[in-house]
Design a binder for this molecule. Sequence first.
Ligand SMILES: Cc1ncc(COP(=O)(O)O)c(C=O)c1O
Length: 398
Amino acid sequence: MPSSPNAPWSLARRAERLEPSVIREILKITEQPGILSLAGGLPAPESFPVEAMREACQRVLTDTPREALQYAASEGYGPLRDWVAAQLGTQGMAVQASQVLITTGSQQGLDLVGKLLIDAGSRVAVEAPTYLGALQAFAPYEPEFVAVDCDEQGPLPQGLAAAAGARFLYLLPNFQNPSGRSMGAARRIEVAQAAARAGLALVEDNPYGELWFDAPPPPPISATAGEGSIYLGSFSKVLAPGLRLGYVVAPPALYPKLLQAKQAADLHTPGFNQRVAHEVIRNGFLDTHLPMVRARYKAQRDAMRAALDKHLPAGCRFNVPAGGMFFWVELPAQLDAVALLPKAVAAGMAYVPGAPFYCHAPRLNTLRLRFVTLAPAQIEQGVAALGRVLRDALEARP
Ligand SMILES: Cc1ncc(COP(=O)(O)O)c(C=O)c1O
């Protein structure tokens, strides 16, 4: 159908499935000065290793300027692929560098996975709730989403039979976006086994795994699922999202097709960025950098926990995340977090309503709070404002 009576354009069916990101729209309003924003998925800018990046840029431009600025291999920068494979090895995953594809953010990895595996009408199983960006990446390929039953650890192994026949199950085992929940070691093994029994392939997305507060998470599910799993990782939360660097680890049988999809999408991930990131991390930089990020985020998590305990009205429930960036709050059933957002913004704070994170049956009485970008005193102020908005709403609608 033409986009207007006089215009010659006809939108493809998949373009009609592209919807404005509710989160981005909210970000536009809420990341303004004066609003205490607990919305959006931004890491703390204070955690970006600016000095190390500056020095690494200088070294790359001095030592290998022409290689860094030239077109490069679609697979990614060899030493960075080696680093990823070795790093995953320390987490219990046996990965060859030849299985690693460096992507332009792990968001691109999700798009490539969708392109590779989803036909119109294919079933794709997801958690409820799940990462909105994945729903958006997969949607243009016209899947039929199936929500698997979840508890406070994520998917229930017995719920996977309902997803049999799906092209894959998309999983977020560590400090999930949006719910903050994590899967324990036993659950991971049970899910991998149940998926194998159901003939279900897994797509595991792990951008937050390094942001643990007390103990590292158990090994990735992909360590158990072997050939039946694709694994996605990201440098956005451990270095900086502006680099747009992520990676996909694919079974050897899938890799060539994935690589062709990558070539068709953007030829390769910026080689300069890959070399700079590798220059920063190659000598153990993250061993000193990540403990600082973890300590910072943990203090902010504790501040938010205390503020939620103090300011939320009775009838609200929340998890306490063991890592990552988010709290997930369930409001009393009669409250609608989408409808209340303008009131929260008017009160000087912002959150992300939980509803868009569900593929079906959105739970309107849920919301996500990011705790990593504000100082503890501001976190308390923001949560106190949220508490007042919720109390007013409960008094207006007893
Ligand atoms: C669960 C999850 N996956 C993937 C991404 C995309 O990350 P990036 O493209 O920055 O690597 C995000 C970003 O917030 C995320 O939360």
